[in-house]
Ligand binder design. Structure first.
Ligand SMILES: [Zn+2]
Length: 357
């Protein structure tokens, strides 16, 4: 059985003009005759929608998109695109088609991913739809989860058994010594699992933990360069540990994401040469425009995750920080931290980014 899977975000047009964007992930299954399908891949045509071919391009109304063997082969106004007679037509009136979105900060750490290797495919597909694909995400970066479950999920998606996004994962984050955040010590994680979270104390330990993640199938490394060990207190990671972890990750071609939390955490992040800050700093005490400028000069991308901070006491300060970083020309990546929290809906993140400027 040949199967074409097309991942496109569909937005229902009547709500586009309002703040209420409804995004629906579309998966198209096509069953073709086995012999001819091998010679000619199955064809799907999405007809009649409005297409945003790129963020900068003028949208195409009443468009046609032709997909052969899982690849887009033509796109344009319906009158100008030849739709093969064998194509399976999917009518898309009052729909908007865009390229797949990327969520650069998610977690596959909720209990329903446990045992992902053996769970029924339909159950996992339904979870992925609820959490990610219905909001248009076709690529996600998991910044911390149980690696065997996440790699099993990824393997089943890549084989076509499960419908879901492309997954990049950090595996298990690295914490400072005695640096497990208070919000993970609230009983939500079993104590034996909690003890296994890596807290490298030396450069050699850090190198070993990075290798363990990458050997286990991780794509990136995540460091807690600043960890909220108590309410109101951030513990920075020892600089030598962070530097060793980043050097080893870079040597093996992996990007490093960091949860920095505070200006002290950001100093470690800068010293170590981290690539991406996984949250805006939420401890804004002592955060200066000069520090943000150094972050920009170090070409560190920021994932604000404003969904997480929208109701914080100092939300206005955090929004201001994100706006300043964008105004300085710092790279901003979209990410919501979904999976750590259950606010799957992306509207708050979009609205907050708009509010931050
Ligand atoms: Zn997170």
């Amino acid at each position: 059985m040949d199967k074409v899977r097309v991942a496109l975000g569909l937005i229902t047009a009547p709500v586009v003009t309002s703040a209420l964007l409804v995004l629906v992930g579309l998966s198209v299954g096509v069953v073709g005759p086995t012999v001819s399908a091998q010679l000619r891949p199955p064809v799907v045509a999405l007809v009649g929608g409005r297409v945003y071919a790129s963020p900068a391009a003028t949208p195409i109304d009443n468009a046609a998109v032709v997909i052969e063997g899982g690849r887009i082969v033509s796109i344009g106004p319906r009158a100008q695109v030849r739709v093969p007679p064998t194509a399976r037509i999917i009518d898309c009136p009052n729909k908007v088609l865009v390229a797949g979105f990327q969520n650069s900060h998610v977690h596959f750490s909720e209990p329903h991913w446990a045992g992902a290797a053996t769970q029924p495919a339909a159950v996992l597909t339904a979870h992925l739809q609820r959490m990610l694909t219905r909001y248009g995400f076709t690529t996600v970066v998991d910044t911390g989860s149980f690696l065997p479950d996440t790699t099993a999920l990824r393997r089943r998606i890549e084989s076509g058994e499960i419908e879901g996004p492309r997954i990049l994962t950090a595996g298990s984050p690295l914490y400072p010594p005695n640096g497990i955040p208070y919000y993970l010590r609230d009983g939500s994680i079993p104590p034996d699992l909690l003890r296994q979270l890596p807290q490298p104390a030396t450069a050699a330990d850090a190198v070993r933990e990075v290798a363990r993640n990458l050997d286990g199938g991780a794509d990136i490394i995540k460091l807690l360069t600043g960890s909220w060990v108590e309410r109101g207190r951030v513990l920075p990671m020892p600089q030598t540990v962070a530097i060793a972890a980043v050097q080893e990750a870079h040597r093996r071609g992996a990007l490093v994401f960091a949860h920095t939390s505070s200006p002290a955490g950001l100093e470690v992040t800068l010293a170590a040469g981290v690539d991406v800050v996984a949250h805006a700093l939420d401890d804004t005490r002592g955060l200066t425009p000069g520090l943000l400028r150094r972050m920009k000069e170090a070409r560190i991308a920021m994932i604000p995750t404003l969904t997480l901070f929208a109701s914080a006491q100092n939300a206005a300060e955090i929004f201001k920080e994100v706006g300043e970083y964008a105004a300085q020309g710092g790279d901003i990546l979209f990410g919501t931290d979904v999976g750590y929290h259950q606010m799957y809906d992306t509207r708050l993140e979009f609205a907050s980014l708009g509010k931050a400027g």
